[in-house]
Design a protein. Structure first.
Length: 257
């Protein structure tokens, strides 16, 4: 139980801005349980977003515009901008149109290029549009929990089953301590959490099933894309994936309304 709790705290520390002041030892057990509990962190982020939306929407003075902007801001802020940074680094590398080795070097560069700025603006603008239009029609608060939960389940699967692009970096550090069976543990945890969402709100069951299918499709496409364009998976590509798949899932919810 100590390893499970330490692993969860490590994942919260790594994936969110929630302050964890406890010193956590990095070892096989904590690293493994950290990856296994990534979906739990996704549910935590989604729960905070859903609670904020529920509170704000109870005030008639808060318009759909404000609610959509709040959800967008929370999704980026709660993750500490980690995934947004990955999206920007990957965009700079991809639009350089260089070879794989040079693209990996560009992703490691801390400087921000024009393509990074333009791509993050496009990504967040479209996600804001999808959220806003969904809120205007109708948004079930439980779907807000499902989106970051699904994105972290998928990120865990991609981390474990994706081909590593290099032997250094955060993704490689986690890969040293995990096995393929850890993906099934993470999926089991995430599946239980998704089932809880559906039990709490039966009306979202069909939508959640379709979102699961959309997430599986996104994992397949992302894995092939990252291996072709960057030689495999890195921490930056995983972050870019989270941002991209959450925008994709909001698009799906909007189209399904």
């Amino acid at each position: 139980m100590k390893a499970i709790w330490s692993g969860f705290l490590l994942s919260v520390q790594f994936l969110t801005v929630i302050p964890i002041r406890k010193q956590i030892d990095w070892n096989d057990a904590t690293a493994r349980w950290s990856v296994r509990t990534f979906p739990l962190v996704g549910a935590l982020i989604g729960g905070i977003e859903a609670l904020a939306y529920f509170v704000f929407s109870s005030f008639s003075s808060f318009s759909p515009l404000f609610l959509a902007l709040s959800l967008l801001w929370l999704s980026v802020w709660l993750a500490g901008g980690l995934h947004a940074d990955g999206w920007m680094d990957v965009s700079d590398a991809f639009f350089s149109y260089r070879d794989i080795k040079r693209r990996q070097e560009i992703m490691s560069d801390s400087r921000v290029g024009a393509f990074a700025v333009l791509s993050i603006l496009c990504l967040l603008s479209f996600r804001f549009l999808f959220i806003f239009e969904t809120i205007r029609s109708h948004l079930d608060v439980f779907l807000i929990v499902a989106i970051p939960l699904l994105s972290r389940i998928a990120m865990t699967w991609l981390l474990i089953y994706g081909k590593p692009a290099k032997q250094t970096g955060m993704a490689a550090a986690f890969r040293e301590h995990i096995e393929r069976r850890d993906a099934y543990v993470a999926v089991a945890i995430g599946g239980c959490l998704l089932a809880s969402v559906c039990i709490a709100a039966v009306s979202v069951f069909e939508t959640v099933v379709l979102l699961v299918g959309g997430t599986m499709f996104a994992v397949l496409v992302a894995r092939l894309f990252f291996e072709k364009q960057f030689g495999g998976i890195t921490g930056d590509t995983l972050g870019a994936f989270v941002e991209g798949v959450e925008t994709w899932l909001w698009l799906m919810i909007w189209l399904l309304r």
